[in-house]
Design a protein around this ligand. Structure first.
Ligand SMILES: [Zn+2]
Length: 242
């Protein structure tokens, strides 16, 4: 039943991302605030692609991007689900879970005219029931907020832990760039563009631009969205945990 989500993807040292590169970078940003407009512009300058997790119930509300702009705003990036209204999913009934995630997916897919298959857990909250429902809904991957502080490929795409929050990415960037190409490595950064308004040393627009400048425009990195990485991993031969 849960064979897919319980499967263990081994760290195939010979696995390579599309284009034959060993490294991939994903920026996974939540909530769809209006600050995404500035972030997309910045990422586009450096050839970095983002995954943007949106709450369809908040689109068009003050401080959030509007439904009519998301197709053009996020062109070249990924739009993914984040639930309709941003509740703690681990506090909901099964029926409520289907509504929150299924309706968000349907609304975003309808607006964009293409199937939206990814998810980021609001507040990072999930449990076995949530994961089971997402699997039944056909969600391909779901991102947590538990930071691994490393660059491993995920064991479980429906409990996909990021490398770190964007405020910690500066610390890890040099390590990622210096890794040899002998093993696949994924730098999976999550965060929120609205946080960059804080102006703190590791949470400002200047900080994000420095990070993008450092990580962008390299031939040894695949600049991917989360769904692209999930699909590439999903196509990899699997070894199931006995
Ligand atoms: Zn959120």
């Amino acid at each position: 039943m849960l064979s897919v989500v319980e499967s263990i993807y081994t760290q195939h040292s010979d696995f390579r991302f599309p284009g034959g590169v060993a490294k991939a970078l994903v920026l996974s940003m939540d909530d769809g605030p209006v600050q995404d407009r500035r972030l997309v512009e910045l990422l586009d300058c450096y050839g970095i692609r983002g995954t943007f997790h949106l709450n369809s119930g908040r689109l068009g509300q003050p401080g959030y991007v509007a439904p009519e702009e998301i197709g053009s705003l996020y062109a070249g990036h990924e739009v993914s689900t984040h639930s309709v209204s941003h509740p703690y999913l681990d506090s909901l009934s099964r029926a409520e879970l289907v509504t929150e995630v299924g309706d968000d997916r349907a609304a975003l897919s309808r607006i964009l005219g293409r199937d939206v298959r990814g998810h980021a857990y609001p507040f990072g909250a999930c449990n076995a029931t949530v994961i089971e429902i997402l699997d039944e809904l056909g969600i391909t991957y779901a991102r947590t907020v538990d930071q691994t502080r490393d660059f491993r490929l995920p064991d479980n795409l429906l409990a996909w832990d990021p490398s770190c929050h964007h405020s910690a990415a500066g610390e890890l960037a040099d390590t990622f760039l210096a890794l040899p190409d002998s093993n696949p490595a994924l730098f999976f950064i999550y965060g929120h563009s609205w946080e960059l308004d804080s102006g703190e040393p590791t949470n400002s627009w200047a900080y994000m631009e420095n990070l993008a400048h450092k990580l962008g425009g390299r031939s040894d990195i695949w600049y991917a969205t989360a769904i692209e990485v999930a699909d590439s991993i999903g196509a990899m031969p699997r070894t199931f945990d006995a």
